[in-house]
Design a protein around this ligand. Structure first.
Ligand code: HEM
Length: 390
């Protein structure tokens, strides 16, 4: 009797187990090659810096599509233009979701309500992208910001002219110029001084801190069961930095809410957000994500182009072509690219047209080839300007 019972049970259970096994099999397609991971640790040892050079070295060994393990997480890295087109364009729908790093101090519902971290299929994100396209990045909006951009560039060139023959930190100067271009598009005023006292612009430190927190190797990402603990304090640090960034414009938002805009013809991005009924919290998050996504990308493209130009004037042409053709479709395509492609060539062209550049005595140009994992130059970009055109 017992035997018959056991037989019946096996008869029912085995097909069930087989179905489970099959479903696992079909959801686990073969993975790309990569360096052999250590148990539990994964490939932390071979990706200690994760900069472009170590990744390029790994790719020469394992191919343009490779697999790394960060703790318990899989990381697939595409490193050829064919892989990039496949991921960002051909299979764009499959790859349009984001793995949100644990350091982002937002709940899932906050992300879905108002954040570029939301899935591309999220209706709110589609609406934000649509609004930014219309109000910030459309030809009309960019044209209306044209005079302000020119003014900021003129101020930068004029300041550099006063430094004729002296060593300047060009990176710092470009950062303040681009930041104020954003500030003028958002609030119709500057937020930082072009010539800050001290070694660096404090705003740059805040935004770089946020980007660093997002990109930092984090135990909470590698081992999701630890996520609540925030052992490295990265989420806490991100939250604190966000609050300090919001404090830069909170008084402006407060003051603008009080103001009745009767008869005021100029409409900046803040006016648009207020007209659309955005809360202070929503304004803070949206502007923070726009400045952290837009300023570093733009300024590091400018700095690195200047470095290339110093080494090889042909590089400028190549880079412009790359900017012209960069990924023209897709759900995750950078919405700010129309703005970036206005700012980057205008700043570079002005720096090169109005000024000649040389390296401080004894500086080897190779020191400016070293980049951090976040693509920033390791060394401050110290150069000597010399006026060449009035
Ligand atoms: C040379 C300049 C720029 C470059 C190279 C660049 C590059 C990129 C890239 C590659 C992405 C996609 C990242 C991903 O899929 O994970 C992206 C996304 C994004 N960029 Fe840019 N960007 C530039 C300028 C800007 C500017 C000026 C802004 C805003 C004012 C901006 C705002 C954004 C935002 C909000 C996203 C997220 C979009 C989404 O996920 O829906 N970017 N950018």
């Amino acid at each position: 009797m017992e035997e018959a019972y056991f037989f019946m049970l096996s008869f029912l259970v085995l097909p069930f187990l087989y179905l489970i096994y099959n479903s696992f099999k079909s959801y686990n397609p073969p993975l790309p090659p990569g360096p052999i991971p250590w148990p539990v640790l994964g490939n932390f040892y071979s990706i200690n810096t994760m900069d472009h050079v170590s990744l390029a070295n790994l790719a020469t060994k394992h191919g343009p599509l490779m697999l790394l393990r960060e703790g318990l997480q899989y990381l697939v890295i595409g490193s050829s233009s064919t892989a990039a087109i496949e991921i960002l364009k051909t299979k764009d729908r499959v790859f349009s979701a984001r793995a949100v790093p644990n350091s982002v101090p937002l709940t899932r519902s906050e992300i879905d309500q108002l954040s570029f971290w939301a899935d591309a299929s999220c209706e709110n994100l589609k609406n934000i992208r649509k609004m930014c396209r219309a109000e910030l990045f459309s030809s009309k909006a960019l044209e209306s910001q044209e005079l302000l951009r020119e003014k900021k560039i003129t101020e930068m060139v004029e300041l550099l002219r006063t430094k004729d023959g002296l060593v300047v930190n060009l990176e710092k100067c470009v950062y303040a110029t681009v930041f104020n271009m954003f500030a003028n598009a958002f609030f119709s005023r500057d937020l930082v001084r072009l010539e800050e006292e001290g070694s660096d612009n404090p705003v740059k430190g805040l935004l770089r801190g946020i980007i660093g927190a997002i990109g930092a190797p984090n135990l909470s990402d590698a081992y999701p069961f630890l996520s609540k603990l925030d052992l490295q304090g990265v989420r806490k640090k991100h939250r604190e930095l966000s609050m300090r960034v919001h404090a830069l414009w909170e008084p402006i938002v407060k003051e603008r809410r009080k103001r009745t805009r009767g008869g005021l013809s100029h409409q900046d991005f803040l006016d648009t957000l207020l007209d659309k009924g955005f809360t202070d919290y929503q304004i803070n998050k949206l502007l923070e994500e726009l400045v952290s996504a837009g300023i570093d990308t733009t300024t590091s493209t400018i700095n690195r182009t200047i470095v290339e130009l110093i080494n090889n004037p042909e590089s400028m042409k190549k880079l412009q072509e790359e900017l012209d053709t960069e990924f023209n479709q897709g759900r995750r395509i950078c919405p700010g690219l129309p703005m970036g492609t206005k700012i980057v060539p205008a700043v570079i062209a002005s720096l090169v047209y109005f000024l000649d550049w040389s390296l401080p005595h004894g500086n080897d140009p190779a020191i400016y080839q070293k980049l951090r994992a976040t693509s920033h130059l390791v060394e401050p970009l110290l150069l000597i300007p010399k006026s060449r055109k009035e």
